[in-house]
Design a protein around this ligand. Sequence first.
Ligand code: AOF
Ligand code: ZN
Length: 363
Amino acid sequence: MDPKIASKWMEDAFALATEARGTTLPNPAVGCIVLDKAGKPVAKAATSKDGRPHAERKALDLAGSKASGGTLVVTLEPCVAFPGKKSPPCAAAAILSGIETVIVGTSDPNPHVAGRGIHALRKAGMKVVECPLEDRVPDFYAGFGRFLATGTPRVTVKIAVSSDGNVAAKPGQRTAITGAESRRFVHSLRSRSDAILVGGRTVLVDDPKLTVRDVAGRSPHRLVLWPSAGLPDTAQIWTNSARTTAFGIQERPAKLPSSVDWVRLPADGDHVDLAALVAWCGKQGMHDLLVEPGPTLLQSILAKEIWDDLWVLRSDAPLAGGVPADPRHLLPKETPQASRTLGPDQGRFWRQPNRLIPIPPLS
Ligand code: AOF
Ligand code: ZN
């Protein structure tokens, strides 16, 4: 198949996976499309709610005999049997269906699968083509690898700063810093996260919605640290466009809107123990936690090294006399591992060494 056409179908399968993200935990969300012999789509599916049936199983059942001689487009390598597995293997289902070509986004970071699905397909005489959409598909599943290895999610931190390293013009003042391209990029980070965490002060000052709007995808579960002075019930984070959970070290506050879940966690001084919060996310089966911290939460995260990946989005304009993002100068000083131009802004990326499990190569 022409690589451009393969990419187009993979984009569609990836959109299905992104839409299902967070609903399949602790299983990863997978998107799958079956094309018939003539290249026409005959079935589309994502991993079911709570993780089963798998995406390929659903799509192949829908396609029936039309799969014969056709193509399976799937974001994650089809699974194989392993001890303790709850559903029948998708690689075997694909082989039995008469599919001839499989277009795969990435191999499965699950060490029980890790290339065995691809191997089984090739051994059965099928053509397997890799289509990672730059690196977006492997990145979508990288947190799953970390979750399987450690029981806790990948923690990605994102901050936006002015060219002179500030986050607001004045304390307590909502300040737009980065532009439209950066916002789109942040929304794409949100769309590949199961949950998003902010501090109470961010809710007070910025009143964010924390939803996915500028790109396709499901809004993550919103997590907020409840400040001792409380939060107004008019805050946008309480709206029902996504689920919200608040965390604190005390009993459930009377002021908390009834639609919001409350989780009491162990204390670290006067605040919630952030390591306990990340462990709680792991217990929910989450693979990816995005943190959009203000200066106070950022300092705790950096000081305690509660992060795996870090994005600093820097605008080209200064905010002289503003509020510094990193008053204790804890941001990494090493050269960033990657950078990305986002319109007038520059994104810089750091990854903590040896914390993420690399996804095995496909072949
Ligand atoms: C797929 N398609 O849609 C998903 C896959 O216990 P089970 O049977 O649900 O298998 C769980 C494993 O299957 C999970 O750990 C991951 O490796 C893979 N997820 N695989 O072929 C899917 N969600
Ligand atoms: Zn499967």
